[in-house]
Design a protein around this ligand. Structure first.
Ligand code: BG6
Length: 479
């Protein structure tokens, strides 16, 4: 018996802004990602309010998929991908975000891309938006702080649902919608919601205001999508990083429970269709005035998702004895109370490697929601080197993925979790989101491009390419 269902969706994942380049081609407008500079491990990317002369913005050219997609799809086909997860660049379709009519050239690009995928036997899996809001919406309207932006997003969603209703079946609304729970790190509110926090604002209250508008936008989009094509499967997309208690101290168990609410807040609403009590209590305690209007409860109830898409890269641990504030913790990219987990190793970027955490995550999400799960990101960001034989021997990446796929198989076969598919992150090298680097590579296809924007864009197979090809061909039997 195969470890995975016979129609299991093996694939690969990317996002438009990290991959496409062509940043002002065919009418595309600048997005919130286009004003992010390059950072490095431990050095955050800067957010500029406009594109400045003489500054290198890695997403402008990315890996030039805009001009290479046909050759890349041939490689995906050779690999055996059944699905390809990408996003539709919002600023290609509505360059400023508030236009009355969409940009036809932008729509045509995705028609061509989806046709090319389908002609090669690969089904597109589409995230409506993956950190790609038009910059104009952030600057002029304040992003999702402003309820008007909900309407602009819903119009964008409706436009692409209509246009691609016969080409795309699997959709997700907002990528890693819960990133912005980390509201003290400006990049997350900016990329999720186009929001910056002013000095006289309470950042947490701003975050929950934008969050309310995001969940409304997501629910309205789901309802529109279902009306356009009832066959659509529309999911949410969350970043899932389990936070473990450091030991059996009950205070630590409770601390981890509370920390996990930061992970569950969005899916609790998107799956159940209403706010969880712990959040309402929190708003009350803090005196937050979240603009939940009459009729919003109905919108949320009518736009629940069909499946849960999530990314899984790592886990964290917390201990009540390590009393750090949110701000202090953030300096190190951590959650409050975070401690090192002595049982786990970490990547060069400090992300723990915890395959069993994926099984734990699958079980927790399945038990809590009883909806099909889809792992739409997982992978290892690593420095790859071209060896003397001209090849890239990325055993570390195969090892990482083997261990994660083994845990998936246990979750499916032993625990009985319903898992739809697996699309590892960065199937082809692309610009890192958090660091802006090219050298933090995830791909099984190498792209000749460096951190300064030099390189030929030439593609090359890494050792992991043939390995993943075999994994897909044997439906996960031969790892
Ligand atoms: C997720 C995002 O956070 O993880 C991707 O959805 C991102 O956009 C991926 O690229 C890996 O993160 P990073 O920072 O290593 O690129």
């Amino acid at each position: 018996m195969s470890k995975f269902p016979k129609d299991f969706l093996w694939g690969g994942a990317v996002a438009a802004h990290q991959l496409e380049g062509g940043w002002l081609e065919d009418g595309k407008g600048p997005s919130v990602a286009d004003v992010l500079t390059a950072g490095a491990a431990g050095q955050p990317r800067e957010i500029h309010d406009e594109v400045r002369d003489g500054v290198y913005y890695p997403n402008h050219e990315a890996v030039d998929f805009y001009h290479h997609y046909k050759e890349d799809i041939q490689l995906f086909k050779e690999m055996g991908l059944k699905v390809f997860r990408t996003s539709i660049y919002w600023a290609r379709i509505f360059p400023n975000g508030d236009e009355k009519e969409p940009n036809e050239a932008g729509l045509q690009f995705y028609d061509d891309l989806f046709d090319e995928l389908l002609a090669n036997g690969i089904e597109p899996v589409i995230t409506l938006t993956h950190f790609e809001m038009p910059l104009h919406l952030a600057k002029t309207y304040g992003g999702f702080k402003n309820r008007k932006v909900v309407d602009f997003f819903v119009k964008f969603a409706e436009t692409v649902f209509e246009r691609y209703q016969d080409k795309v079946k699997y959709w997700m609304t907002f990528n890693e919608i819960n990133n912005m729970m980390d509201y003290t790190n400006p990049i997350f509110l900016w990329t999720n919601a186009g929001v910056t926090v002013e000095d006289d604002e309470n950042p947490e209250e701003v975050m929950y205001t934008a969050a309310h508008h995001l969940v409304l936008a997501s629910a309205l989009a789901v309802a529109k999508g279902k009306a356009i094509n009832p066959e659509f499967k529309i999911g949410n997309m969350i970043s899932h990083v389990p936070i473990y208690p450091n030991n059996a101290n009950p205070a630590n168990i409770m601390l981890s429970e509370e920390a996990m609410r930061l992970r569950y807040f969005f899916p609790d609403i998107q799956v159940r269709g209403y706010y969880p009590q712990y959040a309402l209590k929190h708003f009350e305690r803090e005196g937050f005035n979240i603009p939940i209007l009459e009729g919003d409860a109905e919108i949320l109830a009518n736009g629940t998702v069909d499946y849960i898409g999530f990314s899984y890269y790592m886990s964290n641990a917390v201990d009540i004895d390590n009393q750090t504030t949110h701000d202090e913790a953030n300096v190190h990219g951590q959650v409050p109370y975070q401690v090192e987990n002595e049982y786990l190793e970490s990547s060069d970027w400090g992300w723990t490697v915890d395959p069993m955490g994926l099984r734990i995550t699958l079980n927790r999400l399945w038990d809590r929601y009883q909806l099909p799960l889809f792992i739409v990101e997982n992978g290892l960001g690593a420095y790859d080197e071209i060896s003397a034989d001209g090849q890239i021997h990325d055993d570390y990446r195969m090892d990482y993925m083997t261990k994660h796929i083994e845990q998936m198989a246990i979750a499916v076969n032993y625990d009985g979790v319903q898992l739809m598919g697996y699309t590892p992150w960065g199937i082809i090298d692309l610009v890192s989101f958090t660091s802006g680097q090219m050298s933090k590579r995830y791909g099984m296809i190498y792209v000749d491009r460096d951190d300064k924007g030099q390189g030929s864009f030439k593609r090359m197979k890494k050792d992991s390419f043939a390995w993943y090809q075999k994994v897909i061909a044997t439906n996960g039997e031969d790892l």
